[in-house]
Design a binder for this molecule. Structure first.
Ligand SMILES: [Zn+2]
Length: 500
């Protein structure tokens, strides 16, 4: 999962904001979507005690299957267990596909079919099934045992993201049991290797089985969610686009020699001079529909110079002096442009020898609409040294002379079809919580769909205390109540997207 809510989070804390303003801004923003008045909490169908038992059992089963990318982990054990649940519940075998490029990394794609001819393209719910490694010695409890204690569920994946995997499996089973017939197909994709590993399921499905996961849009509960401040819901982030992760290997080579006879040509100096040019370089300021909406909403909560600056960057043309002032905040800077930064360095082979190679890794986070190859060419221009090579490093670690040409789509304005029910249900479950679309500076599996032209929206429907983000960390846990609310949310949300 991408770092959760980091940017909005720190900003909110700094500004002691009031949420009413954002609610109003948002209401105006989606006025065209004809947002119905929020229904009372009691009007939302809640999950029965028996169904909570079932949803808890699925959650427990998933937590207790180790799906790390280690010799002990196996994603297929988890996806096959879910396949069995769907088949036992009476899903047609044709609608439950277990498939993948590796025996231990099989993905499960389940389809809840529309009645008759679908009126619209499907919706995909995208959930990764793998988790980050967790060591028993680091934890208070066994990370692969589902433990309920003091109002929390403990275990690896309780936040990231077996909670949502289980909630969606349960939701699909419930909808099927209730003979719910959507107007469009609803698809659940449970996938491998989001956190690491060589067999990313989202990537593989989009490339090899587009027919199974082709959709109007994707809902990815791996990011976004409701931030709590001592029990009070303050903001709901929805990831509406994200930057593209890309690594480059920059190498200077030299014939070397004895260090007692140095020459002007030197691999270390050439590399570091090039990196200094990168340090001094700033990529151009950019905005898209998502960041525009975000800063428009945020301007309503800010005061003074930063509020004025946020409005100024929304103008045509944008006020670049205002953008420069706001860029002093690193998280804003990252939201305004592509960034590239040196992250690793290695050089030389002996203390008394001239270096024959000097190598750096440069990590870029690319603004949607540009390709990794475009950025590679740009880097070569910035380095301005023809003796250097700039190669692309894939997620799997393979190094190649050129980078992919494929660019992530420029995101459309957040679509009312998603944001109207999402806002309404969020307001029902967490009253007074403004919803805002964000562009994540991090990366998730949404990118594979975005690169295929399918927008993806990240929303976990999980409410967490701001200081209790334990994804990837020790003693990962989820408030029991948060799990129940996510069940209520996804049931109602799936029906809203599928047509009541
Ligand atoms: Zn995740």
């Amino acid at each position: 999962m991408p770092a959760r809510n980091g940017r909005y989070n720190s900003l909110m804390r700094r500004n002691q904001f009031s949420c009413t303003v954002a609610v109003l801004a948002l209401a105006a923003c989606f006025a065209a979507a004809n947002v119905p008045a929020a229904v009372s909490r009691s009007a939302l169908p809640t999950t029965s005690p028996e169904d909570r038992e079932l949803a808890r059992a699925i959650f427990k089963e998933l937590i207790e299957i180790n799906t790390t990318d280690t010799p002990l982990g196996n994603v297929t054990t988890a996806t096959a267990a879910m396949q069995k649940r769907f088949l036992d519940a009476g899903f047609a075998a044709d609608d439950v596909h277990l498939l993948g490029p590796d025996a231990r990394k099989m993905n499960l794609v389940v389809r809840l079919r529309a009645e008759g001819t679908p009126v619209e393209k499907p919706v995909v719910f995208l959930c990764h099934m793998d988790v980050v490694e967790a060591l028993r010695s680091d934890w208070s409890t066994d990370p692969f045992q589902f433990v309920e204690k003091d109002g929390y569920y403990y275990g690896r994946g309780t936040q990231d993201m077996k909670n949502s995997d289980a909630a969606l499996v349960f939701t699909f089973l419930r909808l099927h049991r209730e003979s719910y017939k959507p107007k469009r197909d609803l698809i659940l994709a449970l996938t491998a290797d989001e956190e690491g590993g060589k067999f990313n399921g989202a990537d593989w499905l989009v490339k090899e089985h587009r027919d199974l996961v082709d959709a109007a849009f994707v809902i990815n509960p791996d990011s976004g969610g409701v931030e709590l401040d001592r029990g009070r819901a303050v903001v709901a982030d929805v990831e509406a686009t994200e930057k593209v992760y890309s690594d480059y290997q920059v190498t200077a080579t030299n014939r070397g020699g004895h260090s007692s006879i140095p020459r002007p040509d030197n691999a270390i100096y050439e590399l570091t001079a090039a990196l200094s040019r990168l340090q001094a370089y700033q990529f151009p300021f950019e905005m898209n529909e998502v960041t525009r909406t975000y800063f428009k909403n945020l301007a309503g909560q800010e005061t003074g110079q930063s509020a004025a600056d946020m409005r100024a960057i929304l103008g045509t043309p944008p006020d670049l002096a205002a953008a420069a002032r706001l860029s002093a905040e690193p998280s804003f800077n990252s939201n305004f442009r592509t960034t590239c930064v040196a992250t690793r360095l290695s050089a030389g082979h002996a203390n008394n020898a001239l270096p024959q190679t000097a190598q750096a890794n440069v990590n870029c986070r690319i603004f949607p609409g540009h390709s990794p190859e475009e950025i590679r060419q740009l880097l070569m221009g910035i380095f301005a040294d023809e003796k250097l090579t700039v190669k692309y490093v894939s997620d799997a670690g393979t190094v190649s002379d050129t980078a992919p040409e494929r660019k992530a789509m420029v995101p459309p304005a957040p679509i009312p079809e998603v944001f109207e029910p999402l806002t309404r249900l969020t307001e029902t479950i967490w009253p007074g919580t403004p919803v805002t679309p964000v562009m994540e500076n991090g990366a998730s599996d949404s990118i594979y769909f975005a690169q295929a032209g399918i927008p993806s929206y990240g929303y976990s429907a999980i409410a967490l205390e701001r200081d209790d983000d334990r994804a990837h960390g020790q003693d990962e846990r989820l408030p029991v109540d948060s799990y129940w609310k996510s069940l209520d949310f996804f049931y109602a949300f799936a029906k809203a997207l599928g047509g009541e």
